[in-house]
Design a protein around this ligand. Structure first.
Ligand SMILES: [Zn+2]
Length: 397
């Protein structure tokens, strides 16, 4: 990401110190949302008088605002002003594209979801995302120059430089593209690219079922199956960005050949396609996962059986994962997670059977609270983390 366009202050000078302190205040408000000046002071370890000066400078520069706390308990709360800038989250799935615009106070202001054809191409997707973005900005009365960064999530492994790792990816038409570079050029913004299971983990950890969890695994069940790992409070991406590929853990080495080239991977048993395929003869070829979940909830025995079996198939791989990383929480996401305990009870039973007691006795297994929103929420969080905030406000500016 490019450095700030601010003229560089000499290291160690008063101006450089004030800029550094401003950044600490801005970053603290960005990470935590609304805070009192006393909370900012504690979290930045800056003196209350220093915080007060900086906050007033940043209010003067139009970046921060001060509002009364609605609950009336904590005094004035500091947050970003509407004109401080916005970020974009873009979630590209196997058959959908969602674009969301958020402010710097971690609020999604507007979003739009589009269906995509099979085999959709990168250039078309980015063009659609650009049009959707312009429409959303029009509706909000905001302009492109106010955008600071975009987060883009994909159902494919992404390396630490934002490139697709695997040629056998779920997005064959995206193969070989330097997604971060190309998307950045097309959108005219700094773009951070992430795998959708990792983004889902970030989303659920920040805003959903995983709030406050120190160690958690997010399991995404969709066209592909993957996991995102939060370890010691932060996303764990592994040496190359490929951590968490639970969908390609081997269930039966003599099973069907998987798109990764191995045989009998978990994904070949529990992906959306496999789940609906099991019911094609009895329930028709066009059954979707939401149909399946609704039918099971209404008492359809076959649909309930398939959902329960999906939970059981997941169980062994999730137990193995828990034996290794010992999370306190497993969050299950994707459309099928709306089945709730129909899916989760069989999963819990198998995890408690195959998990080492010390690893799983206090483990919670829950459905994603953000549902299919988890990935675009993660994209927004990534954009917020990578947005270069304007700073350097003050008398010497
Ligand atoms: Zn595989």
């Amino acid at each position: 990401m490019s450095e700030s366009a601010e003229p560089r202050a000499k290291p160690g000078s008063q101006t450089s110190l004030r800029n550094a302190n401003q950044r600490r205040v801005l970053d603290t408000v960005r990470r935590n949302g609304h805070l009192t000046q006393a909370q900012i002071s504690r979290r930045t370890a800056l003196a209350p008088s220093t915080v007060s000066n900086i906050v007033h400078e940043l209010i003067g520069a139009g970046l921060l605002v001060m509002e009364a706390d609605n609950a009336g308990r904590r005094g004035q709360l500091i947050s970003f002003s509407g004109s401080a800038g916005h970020v974009v989250g873009i979630d590209v799935g196997n058959r959908h594209l969602t674009v969301a615009v958020a402010d710097l106070n971690q609020r999604i202001l507007a979003q739009r979801r589009h269906d995509l054809p099979a085999g959709h191409r990168f250039a078309d997707d980015l063009e659609l995302a650009g049009r959707a973005l312009d429409d959303l900005l029009d509706g909000l009365g905001t302009a492109r120059p106010e955008l600071l960064a975009a987060g883009l999530t994909l159902p494919a492994p992404v390396d630490l430089d934002g490139r697709l790792i695997s040629a056998s990816s779920i997005l064959p038409a995206w193969s070989g593209i330097d997604v971060r570079e190309e998307a950045g050029r097309r959108l005219g913004l700094p773009v951070v690219v992430e795998n959708d299971a990792n983004a889902g983990a970030l989303g659920e950890h920040a805003w959903g079922a995983g709030r406050g969890a120190r160690n958690m695994a997010y399991i995404k069940i969709g066209h592909g199956v993957g996991s995102g790992l939060i370890l010691n409070g932060a996303l764990f991406r592994g040496a190359t960005g490929s951590a968490g590929e639970i969908g390609h853990s081997t269930v039966d080495e003599r099973g069907r050949v998987c798109r990764c080239g191995n045989r009998g991977c978990l994904e070949t048993y529990v992906s959306s396609e496999e789940t609906t395929r099991l019911l094609a003869d009895t329930h028709g070829p066009d059954l979707t996962i939401p149909d399946l979940v609704a039918a099971a909830a209404a008492g359809d025995v076959g649909c309930a059986r398939v959902i329960g079996d999906t939970g059981r198939m997941l169980g062994t791989s999730v137990a193995n994962l828990c034996n290794i990383i010992n999370p306190e929480l497993v969050v299950v996401g994707g459309e099928i997670s709306r089945a709730g305990d129909l899916l989760l009870d069989p999963l819990r039973e198998i995890v408690s059977r195959y998990g080492v007691r010390g690893s799983v006795q206090d483990l919670r297994i829950e459905a994603a609270r953000l549902g299919i929103q988890a990935h675009v929420a993660g994209a927004v969080i990534l954009a917020l983390q990578h947005a270069e905030l304007p700073a350097g406000a003050g008398p010497t500016r």
